[in-house]
Design a protein around this ligand. Structure first.
Ligand code: NAD
Length: 482
């Protein structure tokens, strides 16, 4: 069988350069190669950055409503091709079609729609000085680099492209080397919608390509979605050139279930926050703290519902969980499980890699987990839920916060005063009360502590994709002391 070629998208069209290192795209459900690209060479990176730098001034000078019109056309194209795009995302990531139909591209389209609507309302300010005055201009930052992770590849590309482009910037985007298909498709759709050449470019490749982009002198801003170790490296490289950054990094988020919670809802949320996308979600509530009085009932119901999860071919409508992204990721998750059991965690259900092609791991629940265990401290990024117990409110707040991460947190209780009291003290960028992992584009999303810098989505993203220029307007005579 001939493997389809995947090429970069630069300056409004495809750009092939087979001189770059081969980049196989593997279907995680079968382990088979479904496409082959090449990592960007220095020449490709240069062409992408040069195209973006050339295109940005005219794009940034356009009326925001005109830019918005193009983005709205892209939204219509995405919606018209929803099924095809969902299938592409499932092929690329192994996530069940039931998920990719509702989560990935639909969320990406909403980001484009939201920022297309928001951009024309973004204005500067006037600041009276009792005579003289200052007005401010909200300007695009210029050339932005976006770098994506593999868990929500198309959504991440859209979440970065939408505010960047709507607000007049150009972008060179590098998807994860494991999941490059969606970003290329986004570039094609934006171009079809009328985006001028060079405004959105996609180059393929690994960390070396990302590093070359981050350190280029023309780049004004870097937005990364990835792990904390990569975040540290990219942040440091960006700092060298005093570049602005948005860092969407990893987490080890707490989900706290008080004894008065609706048990069925809390169990459902814990499953949603650990098993959706086979657990490969940055904001997952991987430390589930359950109050002692209900711990056994919680675990019993959790085990019952988790055992019923249908693992299988992600293209099947009825499949509820697909594989992990790669053999390496599956092996990392299994190694974490072995360590957890060796350190004293108790396996409630799951725990194995089913004997079938693809990179599957069963939905797994661990009980008797304590704060000191590796499984409670390190991000696993797989379908592994750790259940810990607690006695009281003060104690659980302290334990929830005792981590270097601070991406998200959840609280389940019927006592709303307690819910608000607790979330006010949780060190996390996003909190949910009686819900989990809902991330509407209207709400700012991002982390505190090691989980990140800056915010995506909501009005907050405007701050990160524009800069404010102050213009002092002298209305009187100049009073020089000379
Ligand atoms: P990763 O850190 O391995 O890679 C992320 C991206 O960075 C990839 O495109 C990779 O090629 C690139 N990269 C790697 N080294 C680089 C370097 N030195 N310079 C520039 N770019 C470099 O992450 P991953 O394994 O793809 O994704 C999983 C991680 O992403 C998890 O930690 C997860 O929590 C995190 N994540 C965070 C969010 C969020 O919004 N906070 C969302 C999704 C995933």
């Amino acid at each position: 069988m001939r493997i389809p070629e995947l090429v970069h998208f630069v300056d409004g069209g495809p750009l092939a350069d087979p001189a770059g290192p081969p980049l196989p795209v593997i279907d995680p459900a079968t382990g088979r190669e479904i496409a082959r690209g090449h990592g960007a060479t220095a020449a490709v990176i240069e062409r992408a950055l040069a195209a973006a730098a050339r295109a940005q001034p005219a794009w940034g000078a356009m009326r925001p409503v005109e830019r918005a019109r193009i983005l709205h056309r892209a939204v219509a194209l995405i919606r018209a091709r929803a099924e095809e795009l969902a299938r592409l995302e499932t092929l690329d990531t192994g996530k069940p079609i039931a998920e990719t139909r509702v989560a990935d591209w639909p969320s990406g389209a909403e980001a484009l729609e939201y920022f297309a609507g928001l951009a024309p309302t973004v204005t500067g300010r006037t600041i009276p000085l009792g005579g003289d005055m200052v007005y401010t201009l909200r300007e695009p930052v210029g050339l932005c680099v976006g770098i994506g992770a593999w868990n929500y590849p198309s959504q991440i590309a859209c979440w970065k492209a939408a505010p960047a482009l709507a607000l007049g910037n150009a972008m060179v985007f590098k998807p994860s080397e494991l999941t490059p298909l969606g970003a290329i498709r986004l570039a094609e759709i934006l171009t079809e919608a009328g985006l001028p050449p060079g405004v959105f470019n996609v180059v393929l490749g690994g960390g070396d390509v990302g590093a070359a982009l981050v350190t280029d002198r023309r780049v004004a801003k870097v937005s990364l979605t990835g792990s904390v170790p990569t975040g540290r490296r990219v942040y440091a490289m960006a700092a060298e050139g005093i570049r602005a950054v948005t860092m969407e990094l990893g987490g080890k988020s707490p989900l706290i279930v008080f004894e008065d919670a609706d048990l069925e809802d809390a169990v459902g949320a814990a499953m949603l926050g650990n098993f959706y996308s086979a657990g490969q979600v940055c904001s997952n509530g991987t430390r589930v703290f359950v109050q002692e009085a209900i711990a056994q009932r919680f675990l019993d119901r959790l085990a019952e519902r988790s055992r019923a999860i249908r693992l299988g071919d992600p293209m099947e409508e009825s499949t509820q969980m697909g594989p992990l992204i790669s053999a390496a990721q599956r092996d990392r998750v299994l190694a974490h499980l072995r360590t957890a059991l060796a350190e004293g965690a108790r396996l409630v259900c799951g725990g194995r890699a089913p004997d079938r092609p693809g990179f599957f791991v069963e939905p797994t629940v661990l009980a008797d987990v304590t704060d000191a265990m590796t499984i409670a401290r390190e991000e696993v990024f797989g379908p592994v839920m750790s259940v810990l117990t607690f006695a009281g409110e003060e104690e659980v707040i302290a334990r929830a916060n005792a981590t270097e991460y601070g991406l998200a947190a959840g609280v389940f209780t019927r006592d709303l005063a307690r819910a608000h009291r607790v979330v006010a003290r949780l060190e996390a960028g996003t909190c949910w009360i009686n819900a989990y992992n809902l991330t509407p584009v209207e709400a700012p999303f991002g982390g505190v502590k090691a989980s990140g810098v800056g915010r995506e989505n909501g009005h907050a993203a405007v701050e990160h994709y524009t800069r404010e220029k102050s213009v002092y307007l002298g209305l009187g005579k100049v009073e020089a002391p000379f």
